[in-house]
Design a protein around this ligand. Structure first.
Ligand code: ADP
Ligand code: MG
Ligand code: ZN
Length: 612
């Protein structure tokens, strides 16, 4: 909108300028007078000649001076003189010349004043339209797809080399690349080229990146549109955009059409809420129609990405549509190292940097997190005017990516610091003394994001599944902060809120989703469905009786109170260790893994967590 305001200002400014110039030009150097004065002077015989040009009369006096008089264009000179009662005798002595105005000048004088306002309005409208179009093409061309086309020969072309890990996905997709490159080879053998490839994976695993890499490898045009772009203010736009997109694609085959975040339009039909529900359905129907409409070997391959394959409409996944499904797994240790290597390109690293160690420290990070990590470290180093990125800043960035930036400016008073220290020491000590917990990497009472302090524990290896015993310990660790506050201060602060939330969430999932409660048995309770616009699980399909609901609550309560009991036990039995950790924390604010273990004075209960 800023842009529009500027344009309007410029426009008004130039109007004022033009007006000023015109009025300046109009300032005639000639003397002017009115008709009655002229009439009187003619009567007095002081006018020798008059030249009439359109609405202007130029009279020459007997002393040679000239004077101009304006008249109406409709009234002829002679009529005018008659009306003013000029003596005909005197008029005859005056030499009157009627000069024909040149056609153009006459018409211009008549027409210009009438068309100028129109012209101004037109110009103004043109300005506005251009503005609107510049800002978003959609308002003026809402039927068009708005898909961005990327040609393969761009400088920032992405290929498989730029995507680390996701080996299976790359293998699957190199087949697609083959299809695009030499379709004939396949059609000669009667093979049908796949129409649709669906990329599935958690956010940040590189779905978008991989789709671009396929286009880059195959060196074909790539039409990129996001699912949410189909659905706009106006009903029917989505469907017409889909038509337009496919029409464009067919013209430039072989090519790839990529619909990112397809769950925005591809959700299961009939489960919608609110007004845009119909619109989404129409759009989805149109996608299905188009997918069925193009020939299998036309060279158009539709790719789509989603992190919610579970909500997609089954019709999309039917054979003949998105029949290839490619899963992108979260990166494991080796993948993480490779991804870090890719994003370290162009970033000078210090000699002490080992990407392997960074990869070890970042289980659970997605590709996007790792990219973010490298970038944060580069920014930090630049702000410190360093020539190279040191390992320490990379390690610091891990926490920044996980927890948000440190808030060193937040000054805590002595009491607050003490409570925070005991709270965090509670989490850390419980984790340290439980047989399955992850090792404590760091304890700190520096605020980060919204938390007053934090305890960082990180698994040593990537794990696919976890046991109920481990989850129970997680609950105990989460309650460690609460237990410590309660035991040492006999009161609790709001700092424990998010801990209680996460403990409750784990307990609820254990009971209702993972079948870890003996009383409730091996089944799930409640199907979670998303609220379409918020994308959050707030609407639960209740598929169990009220009696079961009571049992669920009891089981959740039991899990949490068991966790709390366990945490309390550890803290009360190791009061001295708690005091030692807190003293150290209040002194240095942050304890690294080794410092923490030294302060506790006890070996970790999980033998795997020993520092070698
Ligand atoms: P998604 O679409 O799955 O949410 P993106 O493809 O948008 O994730 O990934 C975001 C960024 O993270 C990419 O631009 C890339 O820089 C980085 N990234 C993610 N996965 C990888 C990977 N496997 N290899 C290299 N970079 C990756
Ligand atoms: Mg994406
Ligand atoms: Zn806490």
């Amino acid at each position: 909108m800023k842009q529009t305001t500027k344009t309007i200002l410029i426009f008004i400014g130039s109007l004022v300028l033009v007006g000023a110039v015109l009025s300046f030009v109009n300032l005639d150097s000639k003397e002017k007078t009115d008709i009655s004065t002229l009439a009187r002077q003619i009567d007095q015989g002081s006018i020798t000649s008059i030249v009439v040009r359109g609405t202007e009369m130029e009279a020459t006096r007997s002393d040679g001076t000239k004077v101009t008089v304006s008249k109406e264009s409709t009234e002829s000179f002679s009529e005018l003189m008659k009306n003013y009662g000029v003596d005909a005798e005197k008029l005859r002595d005056t030499q009157v010349t009627i000069e024909e105005q040149s056609g153009f000048a006459y018409w211009a004088s008549v027409i210009i004043p009438t068309i100028i306002p129109f012209a101004l309005v037109l110009v103004l409208m043109w300005f506005f339209f251009r503005q609107i179009q510049g800002q978003n093409n959609k308002a003026m061309m809402f039927g068009q797809s708005g898909a961005r086309e990327t040609k393969g020969n761009e400088k920032d072309k992405v290929t498989f080399k730029d995507v680390a890990g996701v080996k299976e996905a790359k293998e699957e997709l190199s087949e697609v690349v083959e299809f695009l490159k030499n379709a004939d080879k396949f059609t000669a053998l009667g093979a049908k080229i796949p129409k649709g490839v669906l990329l599935m994976g958690t956010p940040g695993t590189g779905k978008t990146l991989l789709a671009r890499a396929v286009a880059g490898e195959a060196d074909v045009p790539f039409f990129h549109i996001s699912g949410s772009e189909f659905v706009e203010m106006f009903v029917g736009v989505g469907a017409s955009r889909v038509r337009d997109l496919f029409a464009k694609a067919k013209k430039s085959a072989p090519c790839i059409v990529f619909i990112d975040e397809i769950d925005a339009v591809g959700r299961q039909r009939g489960s919608g809420l609110g007004g845009s529900h119909d619109e989404r359905e129409q759009t989805l129907n149109q996608i299905l129609v188009e997918m069925d409409g193009f020939e299998p070997n036309s060279g158009v391959i539709l790719m789509a990405a989603t992190n919610r394959p579970d909500v997609l409409d089954p019709a999309l996944l039917r054979p003949g549509r998105f029949d290839r499904r490619v899963v992108l797994d979260p990166p494991d240790l080796n993948d993480r190292e490779q991804i870090l290597k890719i994003h370290a390109k162009g970033k000078p690293l210090s000699k002490d940097v080992t990407l392997r160690q960074l990869a070890e420290r970042t289980p659970g990070f997605s590709g996007a997190d790792l990219m973010n990590l490298m970038n944060e470290a580069a920014i930090l180093s630049a702000r410190k005017s360093l020539k190279e990125i040191p390992m320490q800043l990379l390690l610091d960035s891990i926490e920044k990516v996980m927890l948000g930036p440190e808030r060193k400016s937040h000054v805590m008073n002595e009491d607050e610091r003490k409570v925070t220290a005991y709270h965090e020491a509670g989490h850390a000590l419980v984790a340290h003394l439980l047989p399955h917990a992850d090792p404590v990497q760091k304890v700190s009472i520096i605020s980060r994001g919204r938390a007053a302090g934090y305890t960082l524990k990180m698994p040593l290896e990537d794990r696919m599944s976890r046991t109920s015993e481990e989850y129970k310990e997680d609950i105990a660790v989460a309650m460690g902060g609460y237990a410590a506050e309660k035991f040492f201060f006999n009161d609790i602060t709001t700092g424990a809120t998010s801990d209680m939330k996460s403990a409750t969430k784990i307990a609820r999932s254990m009971v209702t989703q993972w079948g870890m409660s003996d009383k409730l048995g091996p089944r799930t309770y409640g199907e979670q469905e998303d609220m379409i616009f918020l994308g959050r699980e707030i609407h639960e399909n209740r598929d169990y009786s009220d009696d079961k609901a009571v049992v669920i609550d009891q089981e959740i309560d039991a899990l949490i109170s068991d966790g709390l009991k366990l945490a309390k036990k550890i803290i009360t039995e190791n009061k001295d260790a708690m005091d030692r950790i807190c003293a150290k924390l209040l002194e240095t604010e942050t304890l690294e893994r080794q410092q923490f273990v030294d302060a506790v004075g006890l070996p970790p209960a999980n033998p795997k967590n020993k520092i070698s």
